[in-house]
Ligand binder design. Structure first.
Ligand SMILES: NC(=O)c1ccc[n+]([C@@H]2O[C@H](COP(=O)([O-])OP(=O)(O)OC[C@H]3O[C@@H](n4cnc5c(N)ncnc54)[C@H](O)[C@@H]3O)[C@@H](O)[C@H]2O)c1
Ligand SMILES: [Zn+2]
Length: 366
């Protein structure tokens, strides 16, 4: 097992990464003194797969356990589901010493963390992420949110968990497409921070896709360290340091929006294309060597992630990118790599012609 400390003064916590952790999670949770009554927020699929293991582990350590199920889709991040969860917790909560466990992927993590933050002005919570994306990214850093009709994650805050417990054995049941999607975020960490992680992915992508546990443990732990590093430097996403985690996300979000968040592009697939586009823009601006851009594209292809956009309209994507909520006064903002493994540049106002040209070249019709 690997232990990583996220240093955030009184809000510091540990990130545990290992195999078979779920079955042995009781003592770790007990040592935190969060209370003896657990409310596990999860969905039907996860409960069917791993509910009994968690129940047993918590019971053995003397916790009471109460499951709250949310829908298995982004719909769980809605005001209706949030209020429903809070009402149900309040019915269960009679003189209890409650804490919440977010047991699932990023969707469950976001809505469970937000519930923990607002219920009685805050009860403690822990993250038990079950997707690769959640283990390497969304469970760490305390961003919790639900969606509005206008856009995703519009109602949210920062609320740090007391523990993140990443059991890589849980990834065995995850569809391959989800593994690839999570790996897109790992590629991102390699590009913005760690050439060795990038090289590791180049040499071990096949073991990772076969869910070889040593390889998974290595990338989940290293990704956790990198995410923690940026979170510690900029806990509230205020100074711009955490912004570099959005590498690939400017065009990635535009692709997701243009496809109506349908099944056509998963988040990881969209940001894989977004990373390629950002690196090409960087080459055009003479910030990045084109051999680095080519190396990135090759790795993304090796993992089985897309590098081109199929059956989506150029105009729609371009329009979506202009409406990005992070653009200030209409100036676009891209995170542009300057060298694989080095801190990228946050670049505002990339000439429109370059963005158009690079995007157009990535679109394949028919
Ligand atoms: N808070 C943050 O910092 C942050 C960062 C990135 C993404 N997010 C959010 O995360 C969400 C996406 O998360 P996700 O990609 O984990 O998707 P998800 O939570 O929807 O999970 C994907 C699917 O996999 C299933 N699943 C989960 N674990 C499984 C397992 N072990 N075996 C089999 N199936 C399993 C889920 O039930 C679901 O159907 C989005 O809402 C996004 O906004 C948040
Ligand atoms: Zn992402």
């Amino acid at each position: 097992m690997k232990k990583i400390r996220v240093h955030l003064k009184e809000n510091s916590y540990e990130l545990l990464v290992g195999r078979g952790l779920l079955k042995n999670c009781g003592p770790f949770i007990k040592s935190l003194n969060l209370g003896r009554d657990s409310v596990v927020i999860t969905n039907r699929r996860i409960v069917n797969l791993y509910g009994n293991d968690l129940k047993q582990a918590l019971k053995e350590s003397g916790f009471s356990i109460h499951f709250e199920l949310v829908p298995d889709s982004e719909k769980a991040k809605s005001s209706e589901v949030l209020i429903d969860i809070l009402n149900r917790i309040s019915l269960y909560d009679r003189r209890k010493a409650l804490f919440i466990a977010a047991f699932g992927g990023g969707v469950v993590g976001d809505v469970a963390g937000f519930s923990a933050c607002v219920y009685k002005r805050g009860v403690p919570y822990i993250q038990i992420p079950t997707t690769l994306l959640a283990q390497v990214d969304s469970s760490i850093g305390g961003k919790v949110a639900i969606d509005l009709a206008a856009a995703k994650n519009m109602v949210g805050t920062f609320y740090q968990p007391k523990l993140v417990l990443s059991d890589i054995s849980l990834l065995n049941s995850l569809p391959k497409r989800q593994i690839r999607s999570g790996l897109a975020e790992v590629v991102k960490y390699g590009v913005i921070k760690d050439i060795r992680l990038f090289e590791y992915l180049e040499s071990n992508f096949d073991s990772l896709l076969e869910l070889e546990e040593d390889a998974l443990q290595h990338v989940v732990a290293r990704s956790g360290e990198i995410k923690a590093h940026f979170v510690e430097k900029d806990p509230f996403d205020k100074t711009g340091i955490r912004t570099v985690l959005n590498y690939g996300h400017t065009m990635g979000h535009a692709i997701e929006t243009a496809s109506g968040y349908s099944d056509k592009y998963s988040h990881g697939e969209a940001i894989a294309i977004g990373m390629v586009i950002a690196s090409e823009i960087s080459v055009r601006l003479k910030l990045l060597d084109d051999r680095d851009a080519e190396r990135l594209e090759n790795l993304i292809k090796d993992i089985g992630l897309p590098t081109d956009i199929k059956d989506l309209d150029f105009g729609k994507i371009y329009e979506s990118h202009l409406r990005d909520k992070k653009f200030i006064h209409g100036r676009n903002r891209f995170i542009l790599p300057v060298k694989i493994g080095s801190m990228p540049k946050v670049f505002e106002d990339v000439p429109e012609k370059i963005v158009r040209d690079v995007l157009r070249q990535r679109i394949r019709y028919g």
